[in-house]
Design a protein around this ligand. Structure first.
Ligand code: EPU
Length: 440
């Protein structure tokens, strides 16, 4: 396949561009075959933001073809960068020349479509001393404030004001600081890291997030000339440099996508090889899935999965990396809904990430919510029904539930799915699933 991911211009109009599109799944087909993991959305977004720090051209490879990426490219255009994207033979590349950034504002129309727009805050304040970003409000999964981002940047010498729905942040020059994060927030760690690489002096971020996506960002920044140590640990040390050069960087595989396909095999039954992945990034999820009865072997960059029969109930608590990821909680819940016994899934990261529960109940699940925990009594089967996707990972959970259900499941509002899964229905159909996108 050959083509262009994103012509310059405004992608804002694309949200819900086909609001009537839905997925129709006839459940009950085992999955067999090989599926390739795409590049990680949550690494690609901060890495695209980091290109704003460079005065030379950056070429980013293995960028997944997703709606969120389109929106982010649109934002880079809005800021005056020269950005182009292409994809050929499953390798997609985005080239960004941010040598002459002409803007500093992330408008509401884009921030409302993609919360991760907040990731331009750190690079813009570091590079040009000013950023004006529409305040991301709450979303389907929680309130999601940005107080830690702002507090960290303030400690580095920035001043900010929130008015008319925007945060306006300025500095005459950032300086190094010692910053302790009350919570190891992922995008906050990324914003502060990107701000610190061009700040004067040394910055230490304590209780930093340790996700593989942060390690990928730190390595990319080092490749551009940044001086960073401690990536992957809870303490990041950054010695500011005067300027950063260009880079050619390939995004790590999407661990959440790979985990979703492992769980798809758990839901539908089957034998899969998931390629182009980093199995160690999924250690916590794999150990829970093995405890539930799935056979999972890892070799090189492949994960081999076998699942048949009924799984056993296992309790899970979501935690920052290396704990069980919140982004796999909804998908794991599908397996526990159909497992033998009682399980408790506790969501510790987001306060409202159980929107999928009501939809799973429509398929026959037995779930009770108590505070931050879902108490699940396994049932023997799901029966297909119309359901509505409410956010990205809830959409994936409903796809897995549809694969497992007897009869037909129709999922509406699937634009949520397109934000974070590349060609999901094509990948599943190639594995033997009966899944179609209908536009009517
Ligand atoms: N939080 C604060 N104040 C802050 C920042 C965060 O209170 O200033 C709280 C949040 O409200 C939340 C918790 O800290 O309760 C953790 O949120 P975090 O900031 O770590 O999440 P994020 O950076 O906004 C990223 C991913 C999410 C993923 C989370 C947790 C990106 C672009 N997004 O969000 O991905 O769920 O980390 O791992 O990297 C997804 O892909 O579906 C997705 C939502």
């Amino acid at each position: 396949m050959k083509g262009t991911l994103s012509p310059p211009g405004n992608f804002a109009g694309q949200a819900g561009k086909c609001p009537k599109e839905r997925l129709v799944i006839k459940g009950g087909h085992r999955l067999e075959g090989t599926v390739r993991t795409s590049g990680a959305k949550n690494a690609a977004l901060p890495i695209l933001a980091a290109t704003l720090l460079s005065e030379s051209t950056c070429e980013i490879l293995n960028v997944p073809l997703l709606e969120d990426i389109r929106f982010f490219i649109s934002l880079l255009h809005e800021l005056g960068t020269d950005t182009s994207a292409s994809f050929e033979n499953r390798v997609s590349a985005v080239t960004v020349d941010a040598s002459s950034i002409s803007g500093y504002e992330a408008p509401h129309e884009l921030v409302r479509l993609i919360r991760a727009s907040i990731l331009v805050l750190g690079p813009l304040i570091a590079r040009i001393g000013r950023a004006r970003v529409s305040m991301p409000g709450g979303c389907a999964i929680g309130n999601r404030p940005i107080n830690l981002h702002l507090k960290g940047l303030e400690l580095m010498g920035a001043e900010y004001e929130v008015s008319n729905g925007f945060v306006d942040i300025r500095t005459k020059g950032l300086g190094g600081a010692r910053i302790y994060l009350d919570f190891p927030s992922v995008t906050c760690t990324e914003n502060l890291l990107m701000a610190a690489v061009l700040a004067r002096g040394t910055t230490v971020i304590e209780n930093a997030a340790r996700e593989p996506e942060i390690v990928d960002l730190a390595k990319m920044l080092k490749n551009m000339g940044a001086r960073i140590s401690g990536e992957g640990s809870d303490t990041l040390k950054i010695e500011g440099v005067r300027y950063l050069g260009g880079t050619r960087w390939s995004i790590i595989p999407d661990r959440i996508e790979a985990g979703t396909y492992i769980m798809a095999a758990g839901a539908a039954g089957g034998t899969l090889e998931i390629t182009d992945t980093v199995p160690s990034h999924l250690d916590s999820a794999i150990s829970k899935l093995r405890a539930a009865g799935m056979k999972i072997d890892c070799s090189g960059d492949s994960i081999f999965v076998e699942s048949s029969g009924r799984l056993k109930s296992v309790d899970v608590i979501t935690q920052p990396y290396p704990g069980f990821p919140t982004d796999l909680q909804a998908q794991f819940m599908v397996l526990m809904c159909l497992a033998q016994g009682l399980s408790v899934i506790t969501e510790n990261i987001f306060e409202n990430r159980f929107m999928h529960v009501a939809e799973l109940k429509r398929l026959g699940a037995d779930i009770k919510i108590e505070g931050r925990s879902a108490i699940i009594r396994g049932v023997k089967k799901f029966t297909g029904a119309p359901v509505q996707a409410t956010d990205l990972r809830a959409s994936a959970c409903l796809v897995l539930a549809g694969l497992a259900a007897r009869g037909v499941t129709e999922i509406t509002d699937i634009h949520h799915l397109d934000r974070g899964y590349e060609n999901m229905e094509a990948k599943l159909a190639a594995l033997g699933a009966d899944i179609k996108r209908i536009n009517a």
